[in-house]
Design a protein. Structure first.
Length: 306
């Protein structure tokens, strides 16, 4: 079913439905042995991010329940993170070289590219031989599925709006502390918080579909840039760890210099877009989403009555 809350329906039931849908989606993806490993990892991790975002909407109403459930799904998905980073490593190098180098210059980095591909294939091949990580993740999702069949949420529509506002405040606060020289971890944290806000815009799209879709699109661009910045930071760490041979040091340093330039540009673009997305105070955002939802409900009731 759609990752969206509908008008004039109990919020607690809809959120429970959304969470259960994402648990089932994660379990189906990780158990689908016919699908590529990269796809299974991506869908499972995305599903956990979506359901954690949905859970964050009830944090103001049930903070202890949220803390427990959020930790469960966070820890479950965390086991898949190293696999995801290994899977995207070759694409990160290829994307970087295509964006900043001429074809002739790219050939100088061919050996590093081949090593990244071998590293990725080796990591994923080890997983095929010993799929313990997938097995454990699937077991955790089955446990969650059984638990959520019996779970009853206690939250009202106003609590959902409070959760929407709190997540916006969370992302905005992180953005305001950033500077171009901030650690990579700070930009990665902003990405996670911005993505949660983007998921909330998707969940509450019925408030004003055109406006929420536009905002969600801008947030998607922001988190894509920040995701690329994070992947480049991971690539930089990998290069440092895997370029010990003297003949590779010069090539590795050239690639690291290109990474620095690209990361600086991605940070600049992200901060400019962030100024537009997070200019409003949280109280303004809360008032706006509440009013939009009421208007949408009234319009929906009028349409049904007619």
């Amino acid at each position: 079913m759609a990752y969206r809350l509908k008008l004039a329906r109990p919020a607690r039931r809809q959120l429970r439905r959304v969470v259960r849908d994402q648990i089932d989606r994660a379990l189906e993806a990780i158990s689908n042995v016919k699908a590529p490993l990269e796809e299974r990892i991506h869908v499972a991790r995305t599903s956990c991010k979506r359901l954690r975002a949905a859970l964050r909407l009830i944090k103001p109403a049930s903070p202890e329940f949220w803390r427990k459930e959020n930790a469960f799904f966070r820890d479950a998905a965390r086991s898949l993170s190293p696999l995801r980073e290994a899977a995207v490593l070759p694409a990160t190098i290829t994307g970087l070289l295509k964006s900043v180098c001429e074809p002739a210059e790219r050939r100088g980095f061919a050996e590093l590219q081949r090593r990244a591909v071998r590293h990725s294939h080796r990591t994923l091949s080890d997983l095929k031989k010993n799929p313990r990580v997938f097995t454990e993740f699937a077991a955790q999702m089955r446990t969650a599925s059984r638990r959520w069949k019996k779970t009853k949420l206690t939250c009202a529509r106003s609590d959902i709006f409070d959760g929407f506002c709190e997540t916006y405040r969370w992302a905005r606060r992180t953005w305001r502390k950033l500077s171009p020289d901030s650690p990579a971890a700070d930009f990665h944290e902003w990405r996670k918080r911005g993505k949660a806000h983007a998921y909330h815009c998707r969940l509450l799209r019925c408030a004003w579909p055109e406006m929420m879709r536009e905002r969600q699109g801008a947030l998607a661009a922001l988190t894509d840039w920040l995701g690329e910045e994070h992947d480049l930071a991971v690539l930089d760490e990998w290069i440092v760890e895997h370029s010990a041979e003297p003949r590779e040091i010069e090539t590795a340093q050239r690639l690291r210099d290109l990474i620095v330039i690209q990361r600086e540009e991605l940070r600049r673009q992200s901060c400019v877009l962030g100024q537009r997305l997070f200019v409003d105070k949280p109280s303004t955002i809360k008032k706006r989403i509440t009013q939009w939802w009421k208007i949408a409900e009234n319009a929906n009731e009028t349409e049904i009555a007619s």
